[in-house]
Design a protein around this ligand. Structure first.
Ligand SMILES: CCCCCCCCCCCCCC(=O)SCCNC(=O)CCNC(=O)[C@H](O)C(C)(C)COP(=O)(O)OP(=O)(O)OC[C@H]1O[C@@H](n2cnc3c(N)ncnc32)[C@H](O)[C@@H]1OP(=O)(O)O
Length: 124
């Protein structure tokens, strides 16, 4: 699974650079899309981002994510963020835990929860 993202002024941390939280969110979000490929309902338990180099605003980066291994309910995912200049500026590792649909039903409208399992959400 891959996405191209160019962080912009909304994601600014230090002047001219993307905030680490925005980078982390982008990785977590893409991991959520990997779940559609592996056909598992799961949520993030841990997320570790390795910030290897500053990420300039306005420069497209390709984030690729994949399931690295599975161990029972535990899904180990990994991601890499690389600029068009071939510089890898961040990587991420996450542990997702498989949950039942009931994990979501107390919090969202039934139709919204059902729709989430039928198709990926609109890309934001
Ligand atoms: C079909 C396609 C559908 C796709 C759509 C999907 C939905 C999309 C959603 C989009 C999402 C997008 C992303 C988002 O934004 S997800 C949003 C952010 N995440 C959350 O809100 C999750 C909040 N946390 C929880 O709800 C609970 O903690 C969960 C449900 C995760 C686990 O609570 P639960 O009570 O169930 O489990 P447990 O605590 O007994 O642990 C279970 C097992 O795991 C082992 N363990 C725990 N920690 C670690 C660790 N650090 N290293 C190694 N192992 C660890 C633990 O020892 C145990 O092992 P075992 O004893 O069983 O052997």
């Amino acid at each position: 699974m891959a996405t191209d993202v160019a962080f912009d002024a909304r994601h600014r941390g230090a002047p001219g650079l993307a905030h680490g939280g925005a980078i982390s969110a982008a990785c977590d979000d893409l991991f959520g899309f990997v779940l559609y490929l592996v056909q598992e309902i799961a949520v993030t338990r841990t997320l570790t981002v390795n910030y290897l180099a500053p990420v300039p605003l306005g420069q497209p980066h390709r984030i690729t994510a994949r399931l690295q291994r599975r161990q029972g309910r535990r899904l180990h995912l990994e991601a890499t963020g690389t600029g068009h200049d071939d510089v890898t500026r961040f990587t991420a590792e996450a542990l997702f835990l498989v949950v039942d649909r009931e994990h979501f039903t107390p919090h969202g409208a039934d139709a919204d929860v059902l729709a989430m399992f039928n198709r990926p959400p609109e890309h934001r």
